[in-house]
Design a protein around this ligand. Structure first.
Ligand code: ADP
Length: 153
């Protein structure tokens, strides 16, 4: 069985993430969205909130599940018998950052293959960081968010 992990902080999950997860899920038997928890990172939304939005987004797709983890992503992959780690690429900056991580992961865990998927041009500029800024300043972000996210009143 081909199992893949798509790790991230998803604060919040965007249409860009949603698109990569759905496209990647067609290549694998099982796709686990790994919500990485990093104590030193300040999040806008709680872990429970982010988990439930991801669950809701993919509720119709039995191949896709979500789980939170702490520690190294490669350890989370091993725990879930996942031999594939999927990352999305938007820009050259993403590439530089992601290739360093992938090469170090490759050294630490040679059985885990990192697979990169290019974003669609229309999602190129969408980043959780910018979405959070817009929310903080009272802007409308619905068009940038995954379908399961509801910000409520
Ligand atoms: P991290 O905290 O690890 O950067 P993110 O939640 O920001 O986590 O991103 C998780 C993954 O989604 C990364 O591989 C990132 O490159 C990818 N990603 C983020 N935004 C987009 C987008 N608009 N299109 C495609 N991939 C994206």
């Amino acid at each position: 069985m081909r199992i893949a992990v798509f790790p991230g902080s998803f604060d919040p999950i965007t249409v860009g993430h949603q698109d990569i997860i759905e496209r990647a899920s067609t290549l694998f038997d099982k796709m686990i969205v790994g919500l990485g928890t990093n104590a030193s990172k300040q999040h806008m939304f709680t872990l429970e909130q982010r988990l439930s939005w991801i669950e809701k987004t993919f509720e119709a797709n039995p191949k896709i599940s979500v789980a939170a983890y702490s520690g190294l992503t490669i350890d989370f992959c091993k725990k879930n018998n996942a031999n594939y780690l999927v990352r999305g690429l938007r820009s050259f900056t993403d590439f530089e950052y992601e290739s360093a991580i992938a090469q170090m992961n490759q050294k630490m865990a040679p059985v885990i293959e990192t697979i990169f998927m290019l974003t669609k041009p229309e999602y190129d500029a969408i980043a959780s960081t910018i979405v959070r800024d817009i929310i903080r300043n009272g802007g409308e972000v619905k068009q940038f968010l995954a379908r399961g996210v509801s910000l409520g009143g």
